[in-house]
Ligand binder design. Structure first.
Ligand code: EPU
Length: 424
């Protein structure tokens, strides 16, 4: 299994191009199931999660072509040949549940394996199911699968989410585009990935208003058509690489970055003493001298501080001049990086959903491993600033969400390489 070896202590200077968003692409690809013409996605990221979604769509009878080394994806669903999303694929990636709404809306039936829990929490899909039921779907949970039917098609409905869910908003938004009548999604997620999905669906002929606010209104149409759509910039990759010069010192320009994608996060960075400036091509982040200041962070749905940047922010705050508190409000088990950071010399105490981080003057390299992708990259960030060598195992987590992490960081002066273990 591959690992990443980081020799810490280099200041970073240079430029890092930011890719298209994994989590946007993972909902845009299943949107292709809504129509019989191809959907072309440009600016696609090259990640193992994207390949997993491609494999899932192929298993349903779609044709998926990766052009320009995977930068452009063409997904064609002329006909859905198989309406069953198998456990073998769904268990690898929870976003697989996003094929449910589109298949049901287009053909009136679908079977999708229930995803089960994962390292960061239980992560149920009850809101996806309740919303589809409100739109007239008949659901039966058996053998670990959701068996969904809507023989007369889905119908528009008002659905109020009891809590904000990105995935459930996406599933219902897609389903509602082909439902009869008007759907109003109330207390909907407002993430940039939702806005991107709505824009793509509109290019396909959907009638949608209000994306980016907490109420989205969708007027169902009889059919959608093919379209070409550029995937929005990955705000989590952006935020992650903004933390690289913040933790090591130096100055890095994030090409394609936009402050509006990471406003709450950028504001916390500035409170920590990091400079963030707009440039013609993106964002420039720098820390010249002096310690990092402690800050408190509370994760929340967009436009709040993203849970997907909490682990990386914790890596920064392990080196702050004082005590920081990080409160995780989205996933109950998302502090798995804390004990690994502690092995590098960090002082972190976790009580319930809050981590108290007492900054130390230096971290020391160590062999570490992580159980999810954001935790893995937080260990790489810590390794960049630590004295000596850090070896991050289980790199397959990283490859789910970060394209060429070692190339992007070494281009800025980091000493980082991938160690490929040969099979015996
Ligand atoms: N929830 C329910 N019932 C549901 C759906 C969600 O209780 O039916 C709960 C979840 O357990 C969680 C909260 O609601 O406590 C929010 O979950 P949400 O549905 O918003 O998350 P998601 O759609 O499963 C997406 C991203 C995650 C990101 C979260 C929160 C994708 C593919 N995944 O997950 O990304 O953390 O939104 O922003 O878009 C990552 O990229 O590392 C990642 C985990």
């Amino acid at each position: 299994m591959d690992s990443i070896l980081v020799r810490g202590g280099q200041r970073l200077n240079g430029r890092i191009p930011i890719s298209g968003a994994k989590n946007a692409c993972l909902t845009l690809m299943p949107a292709a199931l809504l129509c019989d013409e191809p959907l072309t996605l440009t600016n696609a990221p090259r990640l193992s999660d994207i390949r997993t979604m491609a494999a899932l769509l192929e298993s349903l009878g779609c044709e998926v072509a990766a052009l320009q080394q995977g930068r452009v994806l063409v997904v064609g669903a002329e006909r859905i040949a198989n309406h069953r999303a198998d456990y073998e694929i769904v268990r690898k990636m929870r976003a697989s549940i996003l094929v449910l709404g589109p298949m049901l809306a287009r053909d009136g039936h679908a079977e999708v394996s229930l995803p089960g829990g994962c390292a960061i929490g239980a992560r149920p899909v009850d809101l996806h199911l309740a919303g589809l039921e409100a739109m007239g779907a008949e659901l039966d949970l058996r053998d670990g699968y959701v068996h969904a039917k809507a023989p007369r098609g889905l119908r528009g409905a008002d659905f109020t989410f009891p809590m904000v869910s990105v995935g459930a908003t996406e599933n219902l938004l897609m389903a509602a585009t082909l439902a009869k009548g008007t759907t109003r999604l109330i207390n909907a997620a407002r993430e940039p990935e939702i806005v991107d999905l709505a824009r793509c669906l509109r290019r396909m002929g959907a009638q949608i208003a209000g994306e980016g606010t907490d109420t989205i209104e969708i007027q169902g149409v009889a059919r959608l058509s093919g379209a070409t759509h550029p995937v929005v910039t990955d705000r989590i990759e952006l935020g992650t690489y903004m933390l690289a010069p913040a933790i090591t010192g130096g100055e890095v320009e994030l090409l394609g970055g936009k402050r509006e994608l990471v406003e709450a996060f950028a504001e916390r960075l500035e409170v920590a003493g990091i400079e963030v400036a707009d440039t013609a091509d993106g964002l420039r982040v720098s820390r010249q001298n002096g310690r990092i200041r402690p800050v408190d962070v509370v994760t929340a749905p967009h436009p709040g501080f993203p849970t997907d940047l909490q682990a990386q922010m914790m890596a920064l705050l392990t080196l702050a001049d004082g005590v920081s508190h990080l409160e995780e409000r989205i996933f109950e088990n998302r502090f798995m990086h804390a004990p690994e950071l502690a092995r590098m010399g960090a002082h972190i105490e976790v009580h319930g959903g809050t981590a108290t981080v007492t900054g130390v003057e230096r971290l020391r390299g160590a062999p570490v491993m992580a159980t999810d992708l954001r935790a893995s990259v937080s260990l790489i960030l810590a390794g960049l600033a630590a004295e000596g060598e850090t070896r991050v195992a289980r790199v397959y987590h990283l490859d789910r969400g970060y394209e060429r992490v070692e190339e992007k960081l070494s281009a800025c002066g980091a000493r980082i390489e991938r160690i490929t273990e040969k099979a015996a």
